[in-house]
Design a protein around this ligand. Structure first.
Ligand SMILES: Nc1ncnc2c1ncn2[C@@H]1O[C@H](COP(=O)(O)OP(=O)(O)OP(=O)(O)O)[C@@H](O)[C@H]1O
Length: 262
């Protein structure tokens, strides 16, 4: 194992013993500690014998307990960036630090192990197992994350209650509305207590009322589960509930804003 990974693990254990330390910089300033930082990131893909530049120098930061949105036209590079943040892909240039882990230096196996413990993913198409009930879908996520069996029952019930499905725990996906299915997917994604939730167009297949319910669940789990959510969207009405919006055009951020400040 690389030396940085061992020291990162030691720092994580120290932070677990003293959770207050997570909210302060190592320099002991009052600045909040970043959960993730992306600096100078470029990503291109080989197309027709040439390199197609998709991300052209991205700078961004995510902090604990935030709802951050990436907006931009189709093809602007949002999913490519989400894949890099989630450790599913690596940049050609630049740095991605997730907590104390330098993703740009990690092997595939190291990124997979960090991702399994620390991150949750939500997709446009819900990605549930069709023959399993809501309860069994969430329990499966706990099993996959190696959470001890003794914790499954309480944690599954807690996560389904959190997303407002306490009365529909034993329904299968086809017995649920699109909004309810997406809420099962959220319960599944937070079951192993990730610190970062990545969601690619989570409301794209929902009508505006169901989309608003999903956003309300996002806002509530940020507080109750101490998670940061980074999501892509095309929908301007969703952006009103964001703490921060990054706007991407052709592989670059052109404008970032905090909605409350306009
Ligand atoms: N593996 C790949 N090989 C070649 N080109 C790719 C690859 N992945 C993405 N691209 C290209 O990169 C560009 C950005 O794609 P990306 O999926 O990141 O856009 P997006 O903003 O998420 O779009 P959408 O909103 O439609 O999901 C597109 O032109 C796409 O064709």
């Amino acid at each position: 194992m690389l030396r940085w990974l061992q020291s990162a693990k030691r720092e994580q254990q120290a932070a677990a013993a003293d959770p207050e330390s997570l909210h302060k910089d190592s320099a002991q300033t009052d600045a909040p500690v970043r959960l993730l930082s992306v600096s100078g990131v470029e990503r291109s893909f080989p197309v027709g014998g040439q390199q197609l530049p998709v991300l052209k120098g991205i700078e961004m930061s995510l902090y604990p307990n935030q709802l951050v949105m990436l907006k931009g036209r189709s093809g602007s590079g949002k999913t490519t960036l989400l894949n890099l943040i989630g450790g599913l892909d690596q940049p050609n240039k630049g740095e991605i630090m997730f907590k104390h882990y330098p993703f740009h230096l990690c092997s595939d196996d190291e990124r997979t192990s960090i991702r399994r413990k620390e991150m949750g993913f939500i997709f446009q198409s819900f990605a549930l197992m069709p023959l399993l009930s809501a309860w069994e879908n969430v329990e499966l996520a706990l099993r996959m994350a190696d959470v001890p069996r003794s914790e499954w029952k309480a944690r599954t019930a807690h996560c389904l209650e959190l997303v407002g499905l306490g009365k529909r725990m034993h329904h299968r996906p086809f017995e649920l509305s699109g909004g309810e299915q997406q809420r099962v997917a959220i319960a599944k994604a937070i079951a192993h207590r990730p610190s970062l939730l990545l969601a690619d167009e989570p409301t794209a297949e929902l009508d505006s009322q169901m989309g608003a319910q999903v956003m309300a669940v996002f806002r509530s789990i940020i507080q109750t589960e101490q998670v940061t959510i980074c999501m892509t969207t095309h929908d301007p009405t969703m952006m009103e509930v964001a703490d921060h919006v990054y706007e991407m055009v052709d592989g670059r951020f052109i404008h970032t804003q905090t909605p409350a400040q306009g």
